[in-house]
Design a protein. Structure first.
Lengths: 185, 189
């Protein structure tokens, strides 16, 4: 199979099964691109996740563009991005045309109750695996714990903690420690 | 000109939506309310639909708004606009910024970001599970059973079969179990 066709089909599949936003998507991309196809390494996957988080746009688009470009240049990036967008485009377009009370259909509603939980479990596992696989020093461990607790508190008690602010702080902290080490030498 | 408005509106959403879909919702609200494309109720409904359909919420909302405002062409244009910034930024990062990405300073920043992203993801998963477990009357028992079953399947396949179950399979399984527990159980009772 031509690389761009394979990229398109793989990301079409990924797009079709990405419920619940970017973090759920990470586990599907990892499964397909790292474990099965071995297109990128585990380390590249983490780097890409960080890059996707710190750049604008949906993580799914960032990931497709990145992997597509690594595999087959510009046309690969375009094929993968088109593939990941197309399923949701088709589904939403159909919904907008035909289904008014899509979520009120009992069968669909109960299936999505299940999917919501499945997505939560998947995201939790993704975070757990990233934490276990990373070789974290004391600084990294501190940042990890602090951001975990801050986001947990934010979610459980609906506090206004923004993930963007946390990311900016963590980036500044990482750079300051590097800079301080350089200055000490 | 509706096409131009759709393109510019969703280009703005695509450019300034850092940190995932939920961070982008306030921005999307500004744009769709500002242009009068959706009422508050329609927006809340569409967020729920977007969560229940595949694909990023931002892309879903762009497709829906475009389709209701200007048909298939509008849907395609709004979707293209919301995707474009993410596509270009990553291309830039992968080509021009390649060397910059490898510089020690940028690596130091990334070293700070990586554990932060990990913490955010773990907390998001935990909050989603806890959120689904608390129903209107305290603990939602069916949800607890379902979560335990799904976590058990994951653990079982990993520890005993030494094979990771594919996330796609797990999502299909959770949909099936959802229909079984929430859809059929009330009929039998």
């Amino acid at each position: 199979m031509k690389p761009i066709v394979e990229l398109f089909l793989t990301f079409f599949k990924i797009g079709l099964f990405t419920f619940g936003g970017g973090y759920a998507m990470i586990s599907v991309v990892e499964d397909q691109c790292v474990e099965r196809k071995k297109w990128i390494t585990q380390e590249e996957m983490v780097q890409m996740t960080v890059l996707a988080e710190s750049t604008p746009g949906p993580v799914a688009i960032n990931a497709a563009t990145y992997v597509g470009f690594q595999r087959a240049g510009l046309s690969g990036a375009a094929a993968a991005t088109l593939g990941v967008v197309l399923p949701s485009f088709g589904v939403i377009f159909l919904i907008s045309q035909f289904l008014e009370g899509f979520l009120e259909i009992p069968l669909i509603a109960s299936a999505f109750q299940g999917i919501k939980l499945g997505v939560g479990v998947l995201i939790f596992r993704t975070g757990l695996q990233m934490a276990l696989k990373a070789k974290m020093g004391p600084l990294a461990k501190g940042i990890f714990l602090a951001s975990f607790l801050a986001m947990l508190a934010a979610g459980l008690f609906s506090l206004p903690v923004s993930s963007v602010a946390l990311l900016v702080l963590a980036g500044i902290l990482g750079f300051s420690v590097y800079w301080a080490k350089g200055a000490a030498k | 000109m509706i096409y131009l408005k759709l393109f510019l509106g969703f280009l703005k959403v695509g450019c300034f939506s850092f940190g995932g879909a939920y961070a982008a919702i306030p921005l999307i609200r500004d744009v769709v309310r500002g242009y009068g494309w959706m009422t508050e109720d329609q927006l809340a409904y569409m967020i729920a639909v977007s969560e229940s359909t595949p694909g990023p919420i931002m892309v879903n909302l762009a497709t829906f708004t475009g389709a209701t405002q200007a048909g298939l062409a509008g849907a395609a244009l709004a979707t293209f606009a919301v995707v474009l910034p993410a596509f270009l930024v990553i291309l830039l990062a992968a080509t021009v910024l390649r060397r910059l990405m490898d510089s020690p300073g940028v690596q130091a920043v990334l070293k700070g970001l990586a554990p932060c992203v990990t913490g955010i993801i773990l907390a998001t998963g935990a909050c989603m599970i806890v959120g689904s477990l608390s129903g209107p009357q305290g603990l939602d028992l069916p949800a607890l059973v379902l979560t335990a079953v799904l976590a058990g399947v994951l653990l079982f396949s990993q520890k005993l079969l030494h094979k990771k179950i594919s996330p796609i399979l797990l999502i299909l399984l959770s949909a099936g179990l959802g229909v079984l527990i929430y859809g059929l159980a009330p009929l039998l009772a």
